[in-house]
Design a protein around this ligand. Structure first.
Ligand code: MG
Length: 160
């Protein structure tokens, strides 16, 4: 059974969203690099690579299932933030948004009665729990230590 047109369209939209995420994190990495926060920049680079990995996972599955998978134009991403804490606030918000997108994708797979795709998407559902938790954890460190903890946070994120 091939991916339905509706699921294919939803996959293409999610691939675009994952690629946009990769660009967002690359942009955040540039922001940190310019500030001299190389640990935060390193973390963002890894995060961007992960997002491209998500896009590739969706592409591979979509093509395997005979979907008409296409890469579309990716919208521009933000290039500046108020401060490092605001960047991680944005990461957390963005990951919550991606979780909603994945949930919507799962709803479509359920409505289309595509069991294989439901199984495939379960990995993404679990991955989002981890993504939100990680972003929340970094934000918590900022909230506890404030600006003075920046050096410690930067050092820790450099170990990713
Ligand atoms: Mg992702």
């Amino acid at each position: 059974m091939k991916l339905t047109k509706r699921l294919t369209d939803a996959f293409n939209a999610q691939i675009e969203a994952e690629m946009w995420s990769a660009n967002l994190y690359s942009s955040m990495g540039i922001y940190f690099q310019k500030m001299g926060l190389s640990g935060c920049a390193h973390w963002m680079k890894k995060q961007a690579e992960e997002e491209l990995g998500h896009a590739n996972k969706l592409i591979e599955y979509g093509v395997t299932r005979g979907g008409d998978i296409k890469i579309s134009a990716i919208n521009a991403v933000p290039t500046t933030w108020d401060d490092p804490q605001a960047v991680f606030g944005h990461v957390y918000q963005h990951e919550c948004h991606v979780s909603e997108l994945i949930d919507n994708l799962m709803d479509i797979a359920l409505e289309e009665n595509d069991k294989a795709t439901q199984e495939f998407l379960r990995w993404f559902v679990n991955e989002q729990v981890e993504e939100e938790e990680t972003a929340q954890g970094i934000l918590d460190k900022f909230n506890v230590f404030g600006v003075h903890g920046l050096y410690c946070v930067d050092h820790e994120l450099g170990k990713r």
